[in-house]
Design a protein around this ligand. Structure first.
Ligand SMILES: Cc1cc2nc3c(=O)[nH]c(=O)nc-3n(C[C@H](O)[C@H](O)[C@H](O)COP(=O)(O)OP(=O)(O)OC[C@H]3O[C@@H](n4cnc5c(N)ncnc54)[C@H](O)[C@@H]3O)c2cc1C
Ligand code: SF4
Ligand code: SF4
Length: 1017
């Protein structure tokens, strides 16, 4: 058999292309623009955003192409062929080994090429385009009682094309196998433009048949090597699947033993062909599940037991997942999860195994659970199993497992848990010995790892903490070398889940030997003789520790800047062995912690999800990488490290930030806590410093300042709302859309109405004191809410004091948190206002009196931005007592203090539909809204599963954002309201209420008003 001779020359061509990149890139972009309708993204920022995935690598592509439809992929490939430009296929870009980083043209399938092409319910098959996201597919299959069961953790953002590319595997692979076991056929283009049908070998014809014959001959030729070198485990994803002709996997690739050529492409990481569509085998969705949580007092024992546990279940065992002591401890520290994890543990276990049985007959599953209990008893662990039969506790526990990982990933400082040996797979009988030995390797190198995940199949995730800017690459190499010795000793697979990419390409030959590596090279040469598809990855790969390919490589330097906000919490060092961090501000970040905060983004792509939660509303509308939190974080990282000309003040950074609505969804939903809303404030500050403020920002931010004057002239001020001509004129002057009404000014409002509440002296002495902070919006525009809050609190027996200015030098002016200034990056003005507010509130907070507010974005500023504006201890003290109206009442109710209020409330007459303000959600406060509504007798409350309403302060008022704003609202919020015609709609955010009114003509109300409406008149 001839060796792959032309790879070398193709490589030279490839390098020439890279060297002449400007000229070639120009031609490439020009042709893509003229021959397709797709998006042609060749700016430095776009290329930078696509230079990374969830790995440690960064390789800048020539450009990025986002096809409108599948045919444009073929066109782009043809252009690349003409220009000899390499091609890097991409889905969600969540690969952990650098599979989607490369010098060529990145083709992003995730935006448009994502449809179901053919669903055959009776056959249990579906044909999908490669950009379709797994969770989207499964959501559409649910009603048919079917699912695609390769349940990767990234199911909300991983695409089927990417999953096939990597031969991905889910938590339940013990029951369903890997991707390769679930793909029935693939239509794919070779780099020469031929579109082939890769399916059953014996039925294939033409070029596909010929490829099959070629690979078959290779398999026969290398039979001896194949049988001795190939790991005999389920989880082997390295190299090409040469063994489809001589199966070495513990599970047959096909149910009838017939060779399927699509399996050659699965796991080939985009290096052999470009997938046009995949036909997948679907499984029945189990209707019942039970979970046994086995508690172990030694980690070793847990690992040793896995091999016995997997024999249980009579075909119903679907998962055996590990959670170790560190993760248990981390989970116990999270208030939201502590009680759940306590339901699963007995005493203080060193590890727990989550053993799941699934099927259709709960009775039978319960019997399997009893078998687990018996087995553990036989193994000397009586009373070690917590049995979870109901669905709710099981679901909660799986959530805890995810949260533990998130906390681990949120370690601040330059040391990060690095993924490079986190998916080695060893036969179960060696799992205990392997984990013991690897733990010692970590200790030897001054680091440690937290273990979790797939004990059922011998693939335990573990990420040692390494500092990739300093000695990390060196340690990575050393640990990898030692881990490989262990993997070989135990006859395991070095790459058991996450693929090869840049990180493990060099280990393919180590795993399979030179002869099989040569066979792989021949396969590559045969399918892609032009070496166009992701060259230098599985064949001729670079070294894993080549720092020139790393995100934080040798030349990575942060440009010093003076920040407006305090980022010192991120500016720390951490100790890899103890995970202890140094004091805030000691991390030597030239950007005072901002860079380290930005670098928290590890590109895992959770911000590309579409399911529950808030993050990220702008990405949900545009599906553009630039508008995902990840795209923004990468843009900022490039700007802060001098890889983007113009730094933070550049137009590219503005573009990335433009559609960020500051919803704080990422602050809560991002696994590493990337807080883009706060970063946007910082960025706007720097932008303003250089470019000055826009008129609209001046108008809106100063609203609290001029409100007392404007409200005296409501007729004049409201003219703009009545005259379309004036509205148009205002739009051309300010950029605020003529289509939006502005809040109506009123002469009589809360701040000039009859005084309510008790004095500050009285509240300080009161038995049930509370201070109400009335913000600009509820005070001037929706005074009824402020009065309602006062009435409800009074009805509950509280002595309510309305926080107000005491100084004489600001006549008529109310207190303001500074939010409108923060929204446009005016930090010093915001600080001025916040300081005045804090000075008023401090004496009450010091006396332990609750400070209650109505507008989520205003009140929660006291618990968020106020703490990072250099306002000292005063800010901390006030923050500790600041609570939203509903939060305060919910807490008081738990203490049994609302009995008198409850007795007064009349029963609800209508169902109640609640939309949460993003900041309420970011602070986890939605439960308190529903709890407070439930104080009303017979209240039936439903929470709308919505992201941001799209109004977001002034965002939705701006003409340039109008369409996006409406789309955000139409994603879920407005349709839910329209579908519930009889419901009373509750929304605590003033802009949310405005958006709801504009979009549905329905009057949403604040929860305070809802309660007040149920009080006796
Ligand atoms: C936090 C985290 C958890 C993870 N958990 C799991 C897990 O549980 N199980 C698991 O297996 N993996 C896991 N991964 C890895 C990763 O999410 C999966 O491999 C996922 O399937 C990749 O999907 P993607 O759409 O992001 O693919 P991408 O990363 O975009 O691409 C993956 C590969 O497919 C190729 N490709 C994409 N589209 C095409 C196409 N049309 N034609 C040809 N090739 C194509 C790419 O070139 C690349 O080589 C995890 C990653 C992270 C960050
Ligand atoms: S912003 Fe957060 S969720 Fe998005 S990729 Fe980065 S780390 Fe992941
Ligand atoms: S603040 Fe909201 S819009 Fe901005 S990046 Fe975060 S989730 Fe997206």
């Amino acid at each position: 058999m001839a060796a792959a001779t032309s790879t070398g020359s193709a490589l030279q061509t490839y390098e020439q292309v890279a060297a002449a990149s400007n000229e070639v890139a120009g031609l490439l972009a020009k042709r893509l623009k003229s021959e397709t309708q797709g998006e042609v993204l060749f700016s430095a920022a776009d290329k930078g955003r696509y230079a990374t995935d969830a790995s440690i690598y960064q390789v800048t592509p020539l450009g990025v192409f986002v096809p409108q439809h599948a045919e444009e992929v073929a066109t782009a490939m043809a252009i690349c062929r003409d220009l000899k430009v390499p091609i890097v296929p991409r889905g969600g870009g969540t690969s952990q080994c650098g599979q989607t980083t490369g010098v060529g043209l990145v083709i992003d399938h995730s935006k448009h090429v994502r449809n179901i092409l053919n669903l055959d319910i009776s056959a249990g098959t579906v044909e999908v385009q490669p950009g379709m996201v797994l969770d989207t597919l499964n959501a559409s299959l649910k009603k048919h009682g079917l699912w695609f069961p390769v349940d990767v953790s990234t199911s909300a953002q991983a695409t089927l094309g990417g999953m096939a590319g990597n031969n991905s595997c889910g938590s339940r692979s013990i029951a369903y196998g890997n991707m390769v076991h679930n793909v029935l056929s693939a239509k794919a283009w070779l780099s020469n433009g031929e579109l082939l049908d890769f399916s059953q070998f014996e039925n294939s014809s033409g070029r596909a048949k010929q490829i099959g014959e070629f690979v078959k001959h290779l398999a026969i030729h290398h039979q001896a090597e194949l049988q001795t070198r190939w790991p005999k485990v389920l989880r082997r994803v390295a190299g090409y699947n040469l063994d489809i002709f001589d199966n070495q996997n513990v599970r047959p690739y096909t149910h009838d033993g017939k060779v399927n050529l699509s399996h050659l492409l699965v796991g080939s990481e985009g290096t052999l062909a470009m997938t046009q569509s995949l036909t997948l085998k679907l499984s029945e969705l189990p209707t019942s599940k039970v979970l046994g949580v086995v508690n172990f007092n030694s980690f070793h024992k847990a690992m040793d037991s896995a091999q016995h546990i997997v024999k249980l279940g009579n075909g119903t065992l679907t998962a055996v997942e590990l959670v170790d002591r560190t993760m248990i401890d981390l989970s116990l520290k999270i208030p939201a999860f502590a009680s759940t994890i306590r339901t699963a543990i007995i005493g203080e276990p060193e590890a727990i195994l989550l053993v799941e049985f699934a099927g259709h007959d709960k009775g039978k599953l319960k019997a399997e659970l009893k078998q687990l209990v018996a087995l553990m008893g036989d193994m000397g662990l009586p009373n070690s199993v917590v049995e979870m039969v109901d669905d709710a506790p099981q679901k909660n526990l799986w959530e805890v497992r995810k949260a533990g990982l998130n906390i681990m990933m949120s370690l601040k400082g330059d040391g990060k848990p690095v993924s490079f040996i986190e998916d080695c797979a060893v036969p179960l009988e060696h799992l205990a010995e392997y984990t013991d030995a690897l733990t010692q390797v970590f200790q030897k190198h001054g680091t440690k790892g937290t273990w979790y995940a797939h004990a059922s199949v011998g693939t335990l995730h573990v990420r040692p903490i390494l500092d990739m800017r300093r000695d990390g690459p060196h340690k990575m190499r050393a640990i990898a070398e030692e881990a490989s010795v262990l993997v070989r000793k135990f006859k395991g697979a070095y790459s058991g889940e996450h693929g090869d990419g840049l990180c493990r390409g060099e280990w393919i030959e180590w795993q399979f030997g030179p002869a099989l590596q040569q066979a792989f090279a021949q396969i590559k040469q045969h399918l892609d003789p032009l070496n166009l598809l992701s060259p230098n990855r599985m064949i001729n790969p670079p070294k894993m520790d080549d720092t020139s390919l790393m995100r934080f490589g040798n030349n990575y330097k942060i440009i010093p800047i003076q920040t407006a906000l305090d980022w010192s919490a991120w500016n720390v060092h951490n100790d890899a062995a103890t995970e202890q961090t140094t004091l805030p501000g000691t991390g030597q970040d030239p950007a005072q912690g901002l860079a380290k905060a930005v670098e928290m983004c590890n590109n895992n792509g959770t911000c590309r999800k579409f399911d529950a939660g808030t993050m990220c509303p702008s990405f949900r509308v545009t599906r553009d990488e630039v508008h995902a939190t990840r795209g923004r974080a990468n843009t900022l990282r490039l700007a802060l490290s001098g890889q983007l000309q113009g730094g933070l003040e550049s137009p590219e950074v503005q573009e990335a930030m433009d559609l960020c609505v500051g919803c704080k969804g990422c602050k809560r939903d991002c696994p590493t806590g990337v807080d883009m809303a706060r970063m946007k404030i910082e960025v706007q500050h720097h932008y303003n410093e250089k470019h000055g403020l826009q008129l609209k920002d001046t108008l809106i931010s100063n609203l609290p300042r001029y409100a007392h004057i404007a409200s005296q002239w409501p007729g004049l001020m409201n003219l703009r709302n009545q005259s379309p001509l004036l509205a148009k004129l205002a739009e051309s002057l300010t950029g605020l859309s003529a289509e939006r009404s502005w809040p109506e000014w009123k002469k009589d409002h809360f701040f000039n109405g009859p005084p309510v509440g008790v004095s500050s002296e009285e509240v300080l002495k009161a038995s049930k004191p509370v201070v109400l902070f009335v913000d600009t919006f509820n005070g001037y525009f929706e005074s009824e809410n402020a009065w309602a809050a006062h009435d409800v609190l009074s009805a509950a027996g509280y002595q309510v004091h309305i926080a107000s200015r005491t100084k004489q030098d600001t006549p008529g002016q109310h207190l303001c948190c500074g939010r409108t200034y923060l929204a446009s990056g005016q930090v010093s003005k915001a600080k001025e206002h916040a300081k005045a507010l804090l000075e008023v509130l401090l004496p009450f907070a010091q006396k332990d009196i609750a400070i209650v507010g109505l507008e989520p974005s205003c009140l929660l500023t006291l618990r968020d931005e106020s703490l990072v504006m250099g306002l000292g201890e005063m800010a901390e003290t006030v923050a500790s007592k600041a609570a939203l109206f509903e939060e305060f009442l919910a807490a008081e109710n738990k203490l049994g203090k609302l009995d008198s209020l409850k007795a007064k409330l009349a029963p609800a007459q209508k169902p109640i539909l609640v939309h949460g303000h993003c900041h309420q959600k970011a602070f986890g406060l939605m439960p308190s809204v529903t709890q407070v509504i439930q104080l009303i007798p017979q209240a039936k409350v439903d929470l709308i599963e919505s992201s941001c309403c799209g109004m977001a302060g002034s965002f939705g008022y701006e003409a340039s954002h109008l369409e996006v704003s409406k789309q955000m609202a139409e994603a879920n919020l407005l349709p839910s309201i329209r579908n519930n015609k009889d419901a009373c709609v509750v929304a605590d955010g003033t802009s949310c209420r405005h958006q709801i009114m504009d979009g549905t003509k329905r009057n949403a109300i604040h929860v305070a008003l809802l309660l007040a409406q149920h009080l006796p008149k």
